[in-house]
Write a protein that binds this ligand. Structure first.
Ligand code: PMV
Length: 326
């Protein structure tokens, strides 16, 4: 039997990096998804194959075998292996599984691709072994896999990928679902510059150790932005949300996690009439987002495209993880 699961990517509307230090952040699921197909096998091998990464390999016990470049495949497939293995361990049967992955979410640019793959893997493998794995369990097992990607994940990516919608998230406290009456129009601008979330998170840690009296107030200020942004969303006050996103970008620049290409795209989007624009995710490359009114979306996307930032238009939020059998 083949079991399928899909889970959405995300954009962080505000609060990235500060969320690692337990400040709140606001995040929205987007209509780009990761798809996983799981098929049980009778031996104890976990076979993983990713069409998009052009990688595949077999994990048997702690041994890994791949036809391609072994070290690269082992590093990139390891989080998925952890997700599949930890899910299989939820049953006490000695089983293996074939995991086939296809993702519409480009990796390493801040759109939550690794979390979406981990969440979909846990959901598909869980259903394949006949367990009723709750969303809470899916999220918590996927979080273990995310720890391999970068040591200190806040859990925001796995939460939004599991539950979908728009949420206000706080580390160790969970999340609150935010209801908006308007469909948010967001344009993503992709710098196509890959970067490591782990390196950028470590950079903020180091800066905070060196200059705690300067950096801690910046982190708290970002937390205040998220609280006010949640309120702005509840009242559908998009112009205030835009202002807060602009201030948030300035604070992320001060934390040293922006990039000249991100700053350029942010300026271009504001000039083209966006209500607000900022980097999204870990920064250092990756993506920026612009909040627009529906009438300005195409103008902003065209301006980003002319400036070399691959645009992607998102209207409204997407649903969380789902599974089906075919
Ligand atoms: O996965 P990314 O690159 O979008 O970054 C996630 C947001 C951070 O706050 C930088 C890290 C985290 O774990 O919350």
């Amino acid at each position: 039997m083949k079991v399928y699961a899909s889970a959405p990517g995300k954009v962080i509307l505000c609060g990235e990096h500060a969320v690692v230090f337990s400040e709140p952040a606001i995040v929205m699921a987007i209509n780009r998804r990761a798809f996983v197909c799981a098929e049980l096998r009778n031996d104890n091998t976990i076979h993983i194959s990713s069409k998009d990464l052009n990688l595949s390999g077999d994990f048997t016990g702690r041994r890994f075998k791949s036809e391609a470049d072994e070290s690269e495949a082992a590093v990139r497939l390891r989080p998925i292996w952890v997700a599949a293995r930890k899910t299989l361990e939820l049953s006490n049967k000695n089983l293996g599984v074939n995991v086939f992955i296809h993702s519409e979410i480009p990796p390493s640019i801040g759109l939550g691709s690794s979390a979406a793959v981990a969440v979909a893997t846990v959901a598909a493998v869980g259903r394949a072994i006949g367990l009723r794995v709750s969303r809470e369990e899916i999220c918590s097992v996927a979080h273990e896999a995310e720890k391999i990607v970068h040591g200190q994940p806040s859990g925001i990516d796995t939460s939004i990928s599991t539950y979908g919608g728009v949420i206000a998230f706080r580390r160790n406290e969970g999340f609150v679902r935010l209801k908006t009456h308007v469909n948010l129009s967001v344009v993503i601008g992709n710098t196509k510059i890959e970067r490591s979330t782990g390196d950028l998170v470590r950079h903020v840690y180091q800066l905070r150790e060196l200059y705690p009296n300067v950096i801690n107030p910046l982190i708290h200020a970002i937390g205040h932005i998220s609280v006010m942004a949640a309120e702005a969303l509840r009242r559908d006050n998009l112009s205030q949300l835009g202002d807060l996103m602009n201030i948030n970008h300035g604070l992320l620049v001060a934390l040293g996690v922006s990039h000249e290409k991100l700053d350029q795209l942010v300026a271009v989007a504001r000039r083209a009439g966006a209500l607000g624009a900022k980097l999204t995710g870990a920064g250092g490359g990756g993506c920026m987002i612009a909040l627009t009114t529906p009438g300005k979306t195409k103008l902003v996307a065209a301006a980003l495209s002319r400036a070399g930032g691959d645009p992607l238009i998102i209207r409204g939020s997407a649903g969380g993880v789902r599974t089906w059998v075919a």
